[in-house]
Design a protein around this ligand. Structure first.
Ligand SMILES: Cc1ncc(COP(=O)(O)O)c(C=O)c1O
Length: 393
């Protein structure tokens, strides 16, 4: 038996991650400033950690119910209501997952299979396309454009929908561009979707991390409430990436279907993390606000830094990424990142990782300390001016 022949073709077809090689490279290097990884540099606030530790001391080391502790689902329900005016029944309309990642996976697995199409606006988080491919469904990509501030337009959406479309991913606030969509900007999108038999997976994992504008969920439109699954979680807002905890909310019919997959594949999300998350929702908002304030300061430094270097840089309104255009350097995204890493020891990620239309851009994550960001800006500036000087020779 050839083991290779036993692997499913759609798994074999999955290309290796575009950023893997950079992480391998930095493992071999010293003094690298990494603006590469999309996770908070903050440690989970102490009271949240303490709640996790206390739950262990109390001996809470067993499974929770499949959908998660009811106390946590009640807190999620209260939070969504008070923060975003979203009403979800804790018993039937919320499921606690292993990060937002599991939510995306089981939502897609519950909804699509071979022959179905999933509309994915790009550049965006790589899991949408990956998880879609593993279901056997086809991704239909919409290219978000810098001139539209990386927002989805109704025209693009209308043109992408076919009789096979079953799901549309709405990825805002966006990783990697930092784009958001306001209520007014979502209205024409809703007008396209409201009479279509299409489910929206709205990835709102960065909902807490917005600057200037509050996050607005597409599920807040009454006509979208039934056909939207919201994906959210604790990783980004509460600096809890390693706890692996997220949640999905939606109509009971959809959540029920997701629960079936979750119950066999996962059983239940981590118990310690669930205790910590209850504390996060009950008492963590102040810490979130502090972290957002700090991200905002860093965002400005990085955006101004790129602009001063002469690179076009869209002003991100959410998440913790800056997505400058590097086309003026004459380098591809990959060349830019590799040369920058080798010559100045700063890691940023090629925009092409997040979809072909991300070519010509790089993603820099500002969930790093202010000192590191300031030093990174100096080094990137030196790198960019060295390229421009070489061009002039
Ligand atoms: C847009 C987006 N959605 C979901 C996730 C998944 O996060 P987690 O599984 O840690 O909740 C990420 C992680 O980077 C992300 O960027």
């Amino acid at each position: 038996m050839k083991l290779e022949d036993m692997i499913l073709q759609r798994v074999k077809d999955m290309p290796p991650s575009g950023i893997r090689k950079y992480f391998d490279m930095i493992n071999e290097m010293k003094d690298v400033i990494s603006l590469g990884i999309g996770e908070p540099d903050f440690v989970t606030p102490w009271k949240i950690r303490e709640a996790g530790i206390y739950s262990l001391e109390q001996g809470h080391t067993h499974y929770s119910s499949n959908a998660g502790f009811i106390e946590l689902r009640e807190e999620i329900s209260k939070y969504l209501d008070s923060r975003y005016k979203l009403n979800y029944d804790p018993i039937s309309q919320i499921i606690v997952t292993v990060g937002g990642s599991e939510g995306i996976d089981i939502a897609l697995r519950a909804l699509v299979g071979p022959g179905d199409e999933v509309i994915i606006p790009e550049p965006s988080f790589v899991a949408y396309k990956g998880c879609t491919a593993f279901t056997g469904a086809t991704s239909k990509i919409i290219e978000l454009k810098a001139e539209n501030e990386f927002k989805l337009t109704a025209k693009q959406l209308e043109e992408a929908i076919t009789p096979r479309t079953k799901v549309v991913v709405i990825p805002f606030p966006n990783n990697p561009t930092g784009a958001i969509m306001t209520k007014e900007e979502l209205e024409p999108i809703v007008a396209v979707l409201k009479d279509k038999d299409v489910i929206v997976i709205s990835d709102e994992i960065y909902a807490e991390l917005t600057y200037d504008e509050e996050h607005f969920s597409i599920a807040s439109f009454p006509e979208m409430r039934e056909k939207t699954i919201i994906i959210n979680g604790f990783s980004k807002a509460y600096a809890m990436t390693g706890w692996r905890l997220g949640y999905a909310c939606g109509d009971a019919v959809l959540i029920d279907a997701m629960k079936k997959i979750h119950q066999f594949a996962i059983m239940s999300a981590p118990t310690t993390a669930q205790f910590a998350a209850i504390e996060a929702l009950k008492n963590g908002q102040e810490e979130v606000n502090e972290m957002v304030k700090e991200y905002n300061r860093r965002r400005r430094v990085l955006v101004n830094g790129f602009r001063k270097m002469g690179l076009d840089c869209f002003e991100p309104k959410g998440a913790f990424y800056v997505f400058p255009c590097i086309k003026s350097t004459g380098l591809t995204s990959d060349e830019f990142c590799e040369k920058l890493l080798i010559s100045e020891k700063v890691l940023v990620v090629p925009g092409s990782t997040f979809g072909a239309c991300g070519e010509g851009f790089v993603r820099a994550c500002y969930a790093s300390s202010m000192d590191q960001i300031q030093e990174a800006v100096k080094r990137i500036e030196r790198f960019v001016s060295s390229i421009k000087n070489t061009e002039n020779i």
